[in-house]
Design a protein around this ligand. Structure first.
Ligand SMILES: Cc1ncc(COP(=O)(O)O)c(C=O)c1O
Length: 394
């Protein structure tokens, strides 16, 4: 009965863990939860007020498929001021979250059988999104010593005559790694030479702890021609439930993305879009406070991890995750299918700590810890990992 596409879906590897967390909580067991990929802050007050005003003023009708013109104008200003990117409102499409912005883009760009390069470890949904939209995901190994950032040689080796696009997640979920301008320039050169589109997933762009963040499209005119800049409000403005993301790209591609969106969902919720206009107008301070809190937690968490013998981290320069290498206990732990899943099961059952297995991101030696959580929970969670690891006498 199911379509081939539906049959090709990989079931969520994290579902088992979250089901178990729910069951344990229902039994009254207290769980330290560092598995969630969502800000622990609330949406800024002004944005919520703007949504209330939109409702009161009956701004509740259909609007442009590409998103409110007021929001696209505000995004155009933001992209110029913060990312050194000149996109007109006609080149911007607002969608239902980053996920939807990516899906629209894949439908607009990729034909059946064409390949999309996905560097490992990857954000969980990319391979499934590519399969659903008819493309072929090509998973490419990267190296820990490069903080799992793909190099030009790794990219070159993965290119075939069917390659249409590559995902660059910057900052990365799950690693927190951030590409430098030089690293991006090398990748862009290869992509432009081979006419490969860059899906620049910059959802975590505001949550960056380096002095400088470089948007892929800002590297050069040629880079901009081949890049779809993907961003949104979920992470930067703590607006996960409002479902607002966007793409910025060439006029031609933006028109196609908007056309697809128009037929599928018309446009994202009008009320949520008015809230987003307000975020760009008056919530800079709220967003900066959140980033400062993430940075302080990152510093504290990294310092605590450094005290645990046998464990190492990818350098987390952005987002709110730590990607922890657990391979030093690999030959000491009995597991059948997946090592990282077994680590996560043990942490949950024996230490009441929920984290995400690296296998969900394509790297089974690691676990992902979210520090979008209270600092006391972060400290308690790391202590639990320390206790777990100390049982292996490293
Ligand atoms: C790297 C990355 N891209 C895209 C998304 C999707 O964002 P949204 O919730 O806005 O759909 C996420 C969410 O976790 C993410 O981590």
């Amino acid at each position: 009965m199911l379509s081939l596409k539906a049959q090709s879906m990989t079931p969520s590897m994290t579902l088992g863990i979250s089901t178990k967390v729910k069951e344990m909580k229902a039994q009254g067991i207290e769980i330290t939860n560092l598995s969630i990929g969502e800000p622990d802050f609330y949406t800024p007050k002004n944005a919520k007020t703007a949504a209330e005003i939109a409702i009161k003023n009956n701004k509740t009708k259909y609007d442009a498929a590409a998103g409110l013109l007021e929001l696209r104008k505000a995004l155009s200003k933001k992209l110029l001021a913060e990312n050194n990117l000149m996109y007109s409102p006609e080149e911007i499409v607002v969608s239902n979250g980053g996920k939807h912005a990516i899906t629209n883009t894949l439908i607009a760009l990729v034909d059946p059988g064409q390949e999309v390069i996905i560097p490992k470890p990857y954000w969980v949904s990319y391979p499934e999104m590519v399969k659903l939209t008819g493309g072929v995901p090509v998973l490419v190994d990267t190296k820990k010593e490069n903080n799992f950032k793909i190099t030009k040689d790794e990219l070159k080796a993965a290119i075939t005559d069917k390659t249409k696009a590559i995902f660059i997640t910057n900052p990365s979920n799950p690693t927190g790694a951030v590409y430098t301008k030089e690293e991006l320039t090398e990748i862009v050169d290869v992509c432009v030479e081979n006419k490969i589109y860059i899906l620049a997933d910059e959802l975590y762009e505001r949550i960056c702890y380096l002095d400088e963040f470089t948007s892929v499209a800002s590297i050069s005119d040629a880079a901009k021609e081949y890049t779809v800049t993907i961003n949104g409000f979920s992470k930067s403005a703590a607006m996960t439930g409002w479902r607002l993301g966007y793409t910025a790209t060439t006029k031609e591609l933006a028109k196609a993305i908007s056309g697809i969106q128009g037929h599928l969902v018309s446009h994202p919720c009008t009320i949520a879009q008015w809230a987003a206009v307000e975020v760009l107008n008056s919530c800079e301070g709220d967003m900066q406070k959140m980033v400062a809190a993430y940075r302080a937690r990152r510093d504290e968490a990294v310092a605590l991890f450094e005290e645990i013998p046998g464990l190492s981290l990818v350098q987390p320069d952005g987002a709110f995750y730590l990607f922890v290498d657990m391979s030093s206990i690999k030959d000491k732990l009995h597991y059948s299918d997946s090592f990282s899943m077994e680590v996560c099961n043990k942490l949950l059952e024996d230490h009441q700590l929920a984290v995400v297995p690296g296998v969900a991101f394509g790297n089974d030696d690691f676990i992902r810890i979210s520090y979008a959580a209270d600092i006391n929970d972060i400290k308690a969670g790391i202590e639990k990992i320390k206790n777990f690891v100390s049982g292996f006498n490293l």
